[in-house]
Ligand binder design. Sequence first.
Ligand code: GLU
Ligand code: MG
Length: 439
Amino acid sequence: MTATTDLITFITTDYAGITRGRSFPVADLKPGTAQSTGWVPANMSLTPFDLIADPNPWGSTGDLRLLGDEAARYRVDLPGAATPFDVMFADITDLDGTPWPLCPRGMLKAALDDLRAETGLNLLASFEHEFQLFGTGWDPAPAFSLRALRQADPYGPDLVAACQAAGLEPETYIAEYGRDQFEITLAPCAGVEAADRAVVLRELAREIALRRGWRASFAPKTAVDGVGNGVHIHYSLADNDGNPVSHDASAPGGVSQPMAAFTAGILRHMPALIAITAPSPISGLRLQPHNWSSSYTWFGDADREASLRICPVNRIGGRDPARAFNIEYRPADACAGPHLALAMLVRAGLEGLRADLPAPPLFSGDPALLTEAKRAALGLVRLPCTPDAALVALLADPVVCGWFDPLALETYVGMKRMEIALAGPVPDDAMCQRYAGIY
Ligand code: GLU
Ligand code: MG
C-alpha cells in the first residue's frame, strides 16, 4: 500500500480562463512566509487547446513566481476524493516578488485599488454560474422542476456542502431551463475574493461531477441550438465603512448616482469588453436576442434580455433594499477568467465615475422592433457576436486597450487569434462539444 501525500496547489487563472498551477506537499507549507513556486511567462499564451500561441512575446525564455496568498486558501474534503481539494491563489511576480503586469489577479487588485483611492468606493461582486451535467444517463426532466433537482440528488447537496465548507457562501441552487442545466449563486463579497470564489466554484462543480463519472460543463453553449450557460456578474458599490451606496429610491430604477456613472462606463465600453468577458469562438452563439442572455448594449430594469440588468430586490417583511441592491452584467461566460473580466468591468466603471456619466436610458422591449434611429437614441448597439468582430471592437477602443500593459494586450490578442484559428471558421455542434470538454 502506498502512503498518500496531501498536496497543496498554488493556482492562477489565465487569459483562456483556465486554472493552472503547481503542487507541493502540504507539509512544506510555511505559514507566515512569502512562499512561491516557479512559473513560465509563455503559459499566458496558452490557448484552450493547449497549444502555445506562436508567435508570442515570450518564446521559451523567462521565469516567474507564483506567490501564494495565504488569505486565499481553499481547502475542502470532497466525497470520493482520496486527498483534500486544497488550493491557494497566487499572484504572478518576477523573481524578486515584483508584480508581473500581465497577472490577471494583479490586474484586478490594481483596478480595485485605483477605484478605492480615487473615489473612496469598494466593489462587491458575485458570479452567478450556469452549467450542464453530461454522462448522467437521466431522462429529460422538466425545466426548473423539482424532478430535475431530485433526479440529480445528491449532486446538489454535495456541491452546496462543498461550497459551504470552502467558505464560498452559496445562496441558491436551482435546476435551470436547459437539459440537465443547473445554476448556483453565491453571496456577494469583496472583488478579488469574488473572482477567487468563482474559480473555486467551477472546479468544485467539475470535480464532484467527475467523482460520479459525469462531466460538468460551463461552456457558453454545448450545442448551437442548445441553451446558453451564462456567468452573470453581479456588482454593487460600498463606501469605506462598508455602507451600501448603490441604491437611491428617488432615482430612476433606484440607481444611485455613483452606481449609474459606474454602470454607464461599463455600457460605453461594452462592445470592446466582449472580447474579454465572452471571449471564445462560441461565445457569440449565446449573445443572441430572445435567449435571455444579452445581445445589445442595453440597460434594463428587471429585464433578462438586457446586458446590464437592475436586479429586483426582495422587500417582503420591510427589508431594506439598499444592501441587496445590485446590477448584473450578463454578456459573460466561463471562457473568461473571472479576475480579468472583473478587472475590466472595474476599469470601465471607474472611467464612468471619473467622467461623472449620467444614468443610461432604461429600456424594456425588443430592440429589433425599433427603428435604427430609435435604437441609436437609446444607445442600443448590437454586441459583437463573432470572435473576429469582438477583437476588432476591442482594438477599436483605445481606452480599453490602455487598461492592459502593452505586452499583456499583445499576449491576449495573440492567444485569441491562435484560438480562433485552431477552433475553425464556423461554430457548429462539434465545436461546442469541444469547448464543453474544456470548460
Ligand atoms: N441561460 C441564460 C444565459 O445564457 C440566462 C438565463 C437566466 O436569466 O437565468 O445567460
Ligand atoms: Mg440563470
